[in-house]
Design a protein around this ligand. Structure first.
Ligand SMILES: [Zn+2]
Length: 220
């Protein structure tokens, strides 16, 4: 009975029955959750675990959507400018090239890394992790890539980039004839897909799935 387990001192419980709060380090009994339920820390209110139904399938659909949006978001015009009769179509990629050509190689490299390379690597990591869980193969690689994904999270800065785009739109709108492009819609859709994906891929469920597969392998 779960109540009995709760009353036993924590020191007597096996490690996998315990969970520590990420925020305040409170150690407690690991809650058993049903579909779409979540458990919060009783001391600080931090979300400890959340159980999403059909997590793999939903996350896989979202990661594929995001990957499909990645190309138009970066290579289709974010906006087109008409200034004194001169027309310019700006994409994320031409922005990077423009920075490079105007002598700001360092900034160009940083923008290229944070707006294109890292978001793409992050998505590919998530895709491979989900495929590892789904096909129950290559668990070691799944663990490694999921860890890499957590390191990269701080570096992909699409939100910051979007803010930059919005600020420049507001500033330019008075100076030139400005048309918003398909690229911007794809960029916003990509950002939303990524946020949704992050909410769907509950880390505890991913680690549990990668771990369960490992124990299954070990027992063979
Ligand atoms: Zn806490």
């Amino acid at each position: 009975m779960p109540e009995q387990a709760e009353q036993r001192p924590l020191a007597d419980l096996p490690l996998h029955d315990l969970i520590a709060c990420h925020e305040c380090d409170l150690l407690m009994h690991h809650p058993q959750l049903g579909e779409e339920q979540k458990a919060c820390c009783p001391r600080c209110g931090y979300e400890l675990v959340v159980h999403r139904s059909h997590m793999e399938r939903r996350a896989l659909a979202l990661v594929l959507t995001a990957l499909l949006l990645f190309v138009p978001a970066n290579f289709l015009p974010i906006m087109s400018l008409n200034l004194l009769g001169q027309n310019a179509h700006d994409t994320v990629w031409t922005g990077v090239v423009g920075l490079y050509n105007s002598g700001m190689e360092g900034v160009a490299f940083l923008v290229f890394l944070c707006s294109m390379v890292i978001p793409l690597v992050k998505l590919l990591c998530q895709l491979v992790v989900l495929l590892c869980i789904r096909t129950r193969r290559a668990r070691g690689m799944g663990v490694m890539l999921y860890r890499l994904y957590h390191h990269l999270r701080e570096w992909g800065m699409l939100e910051v980039y979007l803010m930059g785009i919005l600020v420049s739109i507001v500033k330019l709108i008075e100076l030139a004839e400005l048309h918003l492009g398909v690229g911007l819609a794809c960029f916003i859709a990509l950002l939303l897909a990524q946020i949704w994906l992050e909410v769907t891929m509950s880390p505890h469920q991913v680690w549990d799935a990668l771990d369960a597969e490992g124990s299954a392998h070990a027992s063979h």
